[in-house]
Design a protein around this ligand. Sequence first.
Ligand code: FES
Length: 149
Amino acid sequence: MNSQSPERRVLDGELTRRGAICALATLTLGALAAPAVAASGVKVLRNGRVEVTLAQNPALKEVGGVVRIDDVRGRSIALVRTAKGRNGFTALDLRCTHEGTFVKQEGDIWGCPNHGAAFSLSGEVKIGPAKTPLRKLRVSATAKKVVIS
Ligand code: FES
């Protein structure tokens, strides 16, 4: 008989599943993503769009780089470098699609501290109970800036 509490066994199982997903993502990407850092050079425009200056966010130079932008009119946003080139950015609304809790980066996934959902860095569901991906925000980029709508 297992002497651990049911809650502990559930938590251990969740960590194991998340560990497996991180390992799979690492095999796919070749390296763990760097932890998200708070974005610098962020300007909220009058129309509510968010402008991120790339020169002030060196984390976004490399594929797998992530910056986090919090407190933008109640939103938390992640800007992820998913590929090289101007179209290689993905912006995500970090509210879990299950019940709206803000997710946190745990290696190569976004984990929800509320009920344990996990999403890939680009927002796809890896572990429920969430059924839909993190919401992608519109992005337009130049060589110097990324604008998130
Ligand atoms: S709110 Fe994220 S899993 Fe429930």
